[in-house]
Design a protein around this ligand. Sequence first.
Ligand code: SF4
Length: 350
Amino acid sequence: MIVRRQSKPIRIGEVTIGGDAPVVVQSMAKTDTRDIQATVNQINELADCGCEIARVAVPDFEAAEAISIIKKKTSIPIIADIHFDYRLALKSLKAGADGLRLNPGNIREPEQVAEVIKAAKQRQVPVRIGVNAGSLPPASKPSISTSAHMVNVALEQIKLLESLDFDLIKVSLKAFDVLTTIEAYRAIASKISYPLHLGVTEAGLPRAGAVRSAVGIGILLHEGIGDTIRVSLSANPCEEVKTAYEILRSLDLRQHGPTLISCPSCGRAEVDIISLAESVDRSLKDISQPIKVAVMGCIVNGPGEAKEADVGIACGKSKGAIFRKGKVVSTVAEKDFLEALIAEIKKLLN
Ligand code: SF4
C-alpha cells in the first residue's frame, strides 16, 4: 500500500490539492487563450474526459483578460500560466483565475513577485512555484547538479513567499530528464510540506511521453510523493488526462473510468483478440464509472481473468463465455462478442 507524504492542503477553486485529497489530474489547454471559443471548447472537452483543473497560457494582456469570459463558460478551475511579465499575473487575478503558476526562472525581481503575492493573498488564490529545468536562473555554483539547482530555486522562492506571509503554495520541479525529475522531487519532498505538482516536462509524442511520464510520475507516486499530476504530451490534451488516470489506476490511487484487461494474444487464440480489444476500448471511451473489463483470447488465463473482472469474455473457437461478477452469464457466437459484452457492461452500470 502506498503511504502518501503528508502535505498541507490548498484549494484551487472547488478542488482540494494535498492533505487527504485524492491525487488531482490536471492538463493544459493547447489553444491560443485569446481565441476564447476554442479555449472554452477545449477546457469543456478536458472536463468531460476527467480533467479536474485546466491551465491556460497567458502570453499577453488580451489572454489574461480572456480568462474572465472563459471562466463563465467552463466549470473546472482555471490556472493562469505566467512567464516573464508579473503584470500578466495581476491581470489574470483580476480576471478571476483560480490559481497562478509563476516561473521563478523568468520572474526574478522580488518586488514584482511581492506585488503578485499581495494580490493573490487578497483573493486567497494559490500560487504554484513552477520550476522548470529549461528556464532556470543562473546557478551560484557552476558545479551544482540540475536537480539540486532546481530545489534551491524553489526553496528560495518559497522563502520569499513565506516572508510575505503567504502559504497558499504548490511546487513543481519539472525536467525532461526523468532521473533529474525524480531526484529533484525526492529532495524537496522532505524539506517542505506544501503540495507537489508532478510532471515530466516536454515528455514527447504519445507513446514515448506516456512511458516517460509513467516512469517518472509513477516512481514518485509509489514513494508517496505527489498531490496533483500533469502528463505532458505532444497530443490532444485528453490523451494527457487518460494517461494520467492510467498511471493513477495502475497504482490504485484513483479509480476513474474503465480498466481494460486484454491478453496480448498468441498462437493459441482462435479469434482476433486485438481487434476485439480495440473495439471494446472504443466502446468504453465515454464511460467514467470505474469498471474492470477483461477481453481474453483462450482458456489458459481467460476464465481466470474474466472472473476477476466486473465483466469479461473468455473466447474459444467461434464462441465465447461472458462473465459478470465472476459467473458465466451467457455463451455467445463470435459475431456477437462485442455486442454481448457491451450489453453486459451497460446492465452492470445501469
Ligand atoms: Fe495466448 Fe490465451 Fe494467454 Fe491470450 S489468454 S495470450 S490467447 S494463452
